[in-house]
Design a protein around this ligand. Sequence first.
Ligand SMILES: NC(=O)c1ccc[n+]([C@@H]2O[C@H](COP(=O)([O-])OP(=O)(O)OC[C@H]3O[C@@H](n4cnc5c(N)ncnc54)[C@H](OP(=O)(O)O)[C@@H]3O)[C@@H](O)[C@H]2O)c1
Length: 274
Amino acid sequence: MKEVLKDRILAIIGSGAMGSALIRGLLNSGAMSPNQIIATDIDPKRLEEAQKLGCQVTSDNRLAARQSHILLLAVKPQVMDEVLTELVPAVNPTQHLVISIAAGIPIAKIEKHLPEGTPIVRVMPNTPAQVLAGASALAPNRFVTREQREIAKAIFAASGIALEVEERYLDAVTAVSGSGPAYVCLFIEALADGGVRAGLPRTIALTLAAQTVLGTARMVLETGAHPGVLKDQVTSPAGTTIAALSVLESRAFRGAVIDAVFAAFQRARELSQG
Ligand SMILES: NC(=O)c1ccc[n+]([C@@H]2O[C@H](COP(=O)([O-])OP(=O)(O)OC[C@H]3O[C@@H](n4cnc5c(N)ncnc54)[C@H](OP(=O)(O)O)[C@@H]3O)[C@@H](O)[C@H]2O)c1
């Protein structure tokens, strides 16, 4: 068990896609034991999985808050106001660390609901957390202590990597890693379609495409080499790779990706300001 998470009780408010992925990450990595986690949801079916894993479950958010040290808000942004209003009487700034993963909800908005001095960490995780390969960026408010930062990082590091950033970067983070799995899936699908076009059976093409993305991503992260250097290593003079790269460049592949990420960033900014 992670030392910094020892003896802490974590309440996950909303046990949907992300909430349950984070629970699985914490349990599978051994960062927490099931008796340290209380899962809540309004949908009893969502609680069945957490119960099977040995966690405590309840539909009473306030009860879960009163029994916990860490409150992880994993409901949809549209119901955050309602959930925060419900939780206020049970939140104690000296007892709780509040963590929100709701996209587009600024720390200032959460602070308005909660008692003065409540430590809050806003996080942008992503769906690969489901397979313990997530990427999360965390931004604390001024009341978060050094130990609480470590606690928040340990929770998200259990299902991938966790980086601390300033809150002003979270809209850009949303555009890169929050929405990123969708762009990467589009690329994997297209890479596999190319294989099918060239005569490969679909399942073989898809497996090769997905593993190529996974392996290349690992090379970038594990060697620290610039992607351009790794690209040059596969690109021999007058070979197959340069034939493909010149088509991608002539169709402005890189420009399209940059513009797409920037469009997501602008939309994230609009949503968090609205
Ligand atoms: N999925 C992503 O890629 C991703 C990435 C980054 C951040 N996020 C953020 O993560 C949060 C959760 O997203 P998600 O995809 O996991 O959504 P989700 O699957 O809909 O999970 C939210 C869960 O909360 C439940 N719920 C609704 N009202 C509640 C209440 N008052 N008390 C307790 N539980 C309640 C929902 O039940 P019902 O379905 O019955 O309403 C649902 O089971 C969102 O704020 C989102 O912005 C998601």
